[in-house]
Ligand binder design. Structure first.
Ligand code: TEU
Length: 575
């Protein structure tokens, strides 16, 4: 399966991805070109100049492949075709060329831990005597249990989207494993034929001009040799599966093999999404000498505001020192070996300004700017999620009918059936539902925020009238303008890319301060991560006399830092 596609000169020098900024597009919510209420690829192509103006280097495109859309495309039924929802392969070729012509690159979302149950591979695998039977995880009913009855599942694992991870298949009389929805059966990576088919598909996309891959739950592809019950959790019918499955014994072997078969010698950008990964695992995976991946997405900092050991819906307050400590652990852990990805949000996480900032009118803009400053001045590759650059907020849905995401909807109805109060559930959904990040991009203050001429698949946030890209681009003091400047700083100051990180005032409850040092250049970042004034303890920070103020949310003034005030100082210029 080779294709002859010539693209505009698209150089990929060594380590180019270390100085890049990546912009994530969730295609169904980005821009709708044909009025069907769902974003599509031509809609994205119509916005490439917006992306170029923001200054991002790479676009990470969430899945646009053929899919029944059970999990909004993370359930793929054909890896080498485009879902009609989003357009055609030709539309994608046009987008790739348009990005390359503007010096930008494209990363595809690689979802290969599982396929859709409507993929031809799975449909073949359902035949017990099929040569593809072993392409997925099939198991008989638990011994002593009647197949298809409660408790007959092969293990007690809980699926990420509620219920058991095992679905009984009448046709073949066995259960198949699905760590996510029952329409997302897990591929059996132990089978070399599966791996070969995945690598062939990846090479087909590389030949088509893509510049890398974001790898969905890639640390789940290696499962334990024995599939056995996980620990019983009091009050819960099933045992969380990720802990039982993640980071299996052959993970590094498979990533190494993928490197040899697809990635070697092409300077692609690769980032592995790894729920449950530790910084120690990330050191192994991102150590260039080990030939695995460039970066991983950690879930540690986006799990700190949930009760430890609980579900994402069990909320708890997150003191700033706890957040600083975790980000520091990853900075220190990957300071000399490997590389960090840097993100506050994505299509699975609530909006950054609502979660880590303050989305109330007096503070939304400055907190969005300060979140950007603190993240982009860390060491690593920053990821901007669509709308973050204009300070888009959570959806503020008030009824379950507003929600579309199967994770949220399944959780709600399962919890109600177990006796939880609807109003409590709606409160936690309003804070943590993935739909918070999936409301349509707010382009301007016209009908449906300029996202569609039709009825949007998910309600547009009514605050689009004030919060939209057109207004932001016309305002030199907007969050958009601030993100443009942050991205430019990365281009002009090597210390932003390669400077050593050192956290200051680790215990301070309001102030987030750190330095970056490279040769004779030193940056000082100081931020008030709160909605109250914050006093900087005398003598606690390096002297900024003679420093160059590179970027600030406020005009400097004596006295305490104002709410969500941040500053980036260049203390000593490079010789
Ligand atoms: O997410 C993996 C994952 O761990 C998330 O499901 C996360 O646990 C949850 O969303 C937190 O609320 C990846 C994709 O990013 C996600 O969109 C898919 O639903 C999932 O894998 C299955 O492909």
């Amino acid at each position: 399966m080779t294709v002859d596609f010539v693209h505009a000169q698209n150089p990929r020098p060594d380590n180019w991805w270390k100085s890049s900024v990546v912009y994530q597009i969730y295609p169904r919510s980005f821009a709708d070109s044909n009025g069907d209420g769902v974003g599509d690829i031509p809609g994205i192509t119509s916005k490439v100049d917006y992306l170029a103006q923001l200054g991002v280097d790479v676009v990470w495109l969430s899945p646009v492949y053929s899919s029944p859309q059970d999990d909004n495309g993370y359930d793929i039924s054909d890896y080498t075709d485009i879902d009609q929802t989003f357009g055609t392969l030709e539309h994608l070729d046009t987008l790739i060329a348009a990005l390359h012509e503007r010096g930008m690159k494209i990363v595809m979302d690689l979802v290969v831990n599982h396929t859709s149950d409507e993929h031809a591979w799975f449909q073949e695998s359902r035949q017990k005597d099929s040569p593809k039977r072993d392409w997925y995880w099939w198991r008989p009913a638990r011994a002593g249990h009647q197949p298809g009855t409660d408790g007959a599942e092969p293990t007690n694992w809980e699926a990420a989207f509620s219920g058991s991870t095992w679905q009984y298949d009448e046709q073949s009389g066995e259960y198949y494993l699905h760590l996510f929805s029952r329409k997302q059966p897990d591929l059996n990576w132990e089978n070399p034929e599966v791996r070969a088919a995945i690598y062939e598909m990846m090479n087909w996309w590389v030949d088509r001009g893509v510049d890398g891959f974001r790898m969905d739950v890639i640390n789940l592809i290696s499962k334990p040799r024995e599939l056995v019950d996980g620990p019983e959790i009091p009050g819960r019918k099933y045992s969380p599966s990720f802990h039982a499955v993640a980071n299996g014994p052959r993970l590094h072997e498979f990533l190494n093999e993928m490197y040899r078969e697809v990635l070697a010698g092409k300077n692609l950008i690769t980032v592995g999404e790894m729920p449950g990964a530790t910084v120690e695992l990330a050191r192994l995976v991102t150590d260039p000498a080990r030939r695995e991946l460039n970066m991983v997405f950690t879930f540690e900092h986006v799990s700190l505001d949930q009760v430890q050991g609980g579900a994402k819906w069990d909320l708890q307050h997150l003191p700033l020192p706890v957040l600083k400590d975790n980000l520091n652990a990853w900075q220190m852990g990957l300071a000399e070996v490997g590389w960090n990805s840097l993100y506050w949000n994505n299509h699975d996480q609530p909006r950054a300004v609502s979660r880590f900032g303050d989305d109330s009118a007096p503070h939304r803009i400055n907190s969005a700017k300060t979140l950007g400053t603190v993240l982009h001045m860390h060491k690593g590759t920053p990821y901007v999620y669509q709308g973050e650059e204009i300070g888009m907020t959570n959806a503020s849905f008030t009824t379950i009918e507003h929600y579309q995401d199967l994770e949220s909807v399944n959780h709600y109805y399962e919890a109600v059936s177990l006796g939880q109060q609807a109003e409590d559930l709606l409160l936690s959904l309003a804070v943590k539902s993935r739909d918070n990040a999936r409301t349509p991009m707010q382009w301007d203050d016209t009908h449906q925020a300029g996202f569609t001429q039709g009825i949007p698949w998910l309600t547009v946030n009514p605050n689009y009238v004030a919060i939209n890209a057109a207004a932001a681009m016309a305002d030199s003091d907007s969050v958009f303008a601030h993100y443009q400047k942050l991205i430019k700083l990365r281009r002009h100051h090597p210390v932003v890319v390669d400077g050593w990180y050192r956290l200051l005032l680790p215990e301070h409850e309001q102030i987030f301060a750190f330095t970056r040092t490279l040769d004779s250049a030193m940056l000082l970042v100081v931020a008030n991560f709160s909605s109250e004034p914050a006093e900087v303890p005398a003598g606690s920070l390096p002297d900024i006399d003679g420093a160059e103020l590179l970027l600030a949310t406020h005009a400097p003034a004596p006295g305490p830092l104002r709410p969500w005030e941040s500053q980036i100082h260049l203390l000593r210029a490079a010789q």
